[in-house]
Design a protein. Structure first.
Length: 92
């Protein structure tokens, strides 16, 4: 619909134009986490895991996202346990 009507792409969370700089993306992500947006916690966990290699923080963000119902966070937590990344390895 956006392309057909030549509308500007907007954020589905706040309906503002999509952020263009990484600083704006970060601010938007923090704003979404303040209102318990599960996917925002998942995104932050993913960033911590893949970019920062901070597995402990990633585990905390994924846990919060999973508690809020994000299925991708549940999956990533299971992989962390399977591989022992940031948590004690689960050999069961």
């Amino acid at each position: 619909r956006e392309q057909e009507q030549k509308l500007k792409h907007t954020c589905p969370f706040c309906r503002n134009p999509a952020p263009e700089s990484s600083e704006d993306v970060e601010k938007n992500l923090i704003k979404r986490m303040e209102v318990n947006d599960a996917f925002a916690f998942f995104q932050m966990g993913w960033r911590m895991f893949h970019h920062e290699k901070d597995y402990k923080s990633s585990f905390e963000y994924y846990s919060k996202a999973a508690a809020l119902g994000d299925i991708f966070a549940h999956y990533n937590l299971s992989v962390m346990y399977q591989k022992g990344e940031g948590v004690e390895k689960d050999d069961k």
